[in-house]
Design a protein around this ligand. Structure first.
Ligand SMILES: C[S@@+](CC[C@H](N)C(=O)[O-])C[C@H]1O[C@@H](n2cnc3c(N)ncnc32)[C@H](O)[C@@H]1O
Length: 227
């Protein structure tokens, strides 16, 4: 797997701005995407790499369906998932607070890829209130602590495919399944999450995105049996 932009510190929380455009001067899809993000000037660098690495892995497993990006922040993941698979015609990106600068990112992305225009709906709402269906591909990057469990609950209830990259494990509140004698608490919680998907009949896939981007790099994917 190639590592685009490897020479940069990919974990940096500094915003990508036009100053970094020369770092992304190639013809690859990633470079084009990164140039858009630089022009928009609103996204921490690590979020570009996280969204890209998650999207690539998700699309190797799951094609098509409505993309639903829960706790979406600026909604970049939803855009990348459509870019990587045109057989998903639409995406819904939900966050209880969508930053104002998201409009600039959206404009840059839709100017670069006019075929994406109008296909990603950004909605300010609580993820508990979003209607899901079994045709959805539910994704969530760094839904903090128990929010990841809520995302899993919602996807399981709808029998939707799911991909989460958990973070901010709360060891006082989260379920560790009695595994903490063997496994570090955050890992124990993610094992419990994977087990829960299995118990619900899901086929589970566990992967990691590169740890130089984030140490919270465990990617959990699940697919319910198709009836
Ligand atoms: C750590 S950020 C992750 C944002 C984005 N997915 C990313 O990777 O950059 C967590 C996000 O969850 C959102 N959030 C927290 N609770 C929520 C809820 N109940 N419903 C919708 N969004 C929520 C916050 O507003 C925040 O944008």
């Amino acid at each position: 797997m190639s590592n685009p932009g490897k020479e940069l510190d990919r974990s940096s929380r500094n915003r990508l701005t036009e100053r970094l455009l020369p770092q992304f001067s190639g013809d690859t899809l990633f470079d084009r995407l990164a140039r858009c993000v630089c022009r928009a000037g609103c996204l921490p660098r690590k979020e570009l790499y996280e969204a890209w690495e998650v999207a690539r892995r998700v699309r190797r497993r799951f094609r098509g369906g409505r993309v639903v990006d829960l706790a979406c922040g600026h909604g970049l993941l939803a855009y990348i998932l459509l870019l990587l698979d045109d057989s998903s015609s639409i995406a819904l990106a939900v966050d209880r607070y969508i930053p104002d600068q998201t409009a600039k990112l959206k404009a840059c992305l839709e100017e670069s890829w006019p075929r994406l225009a109008g296909r990603v709906k950004l909605v300010e709402n609580d993820i508990a209130l979003i209607e899901l269906s079994s045709n959805d591909l539910v994704v969530s990057v760094h839904a903090c602590g128990g929010l990841t469990d809520l995302v899993l609950d919602r996807a399981i209830a709808a029998r939707a495919r799911i991909a989460v990259l958990p973070c901010c494990h709360d060891l006082d509140v989260g379920v560790s399944g009695g595994l903490q004698g063997w496994l570090a608490g955050p890992l124990a919680q993610d094992v419990v999450r994977a087990t829960r998907l299995r118990e619900q009949g899901y086929q589970v896939f566990t992967q990691q995105i590169p740890c130089d981007i984030t140490p919270k790099n465990r990617l959990l994917l699940g697919e319910p049996p198709r009836i």
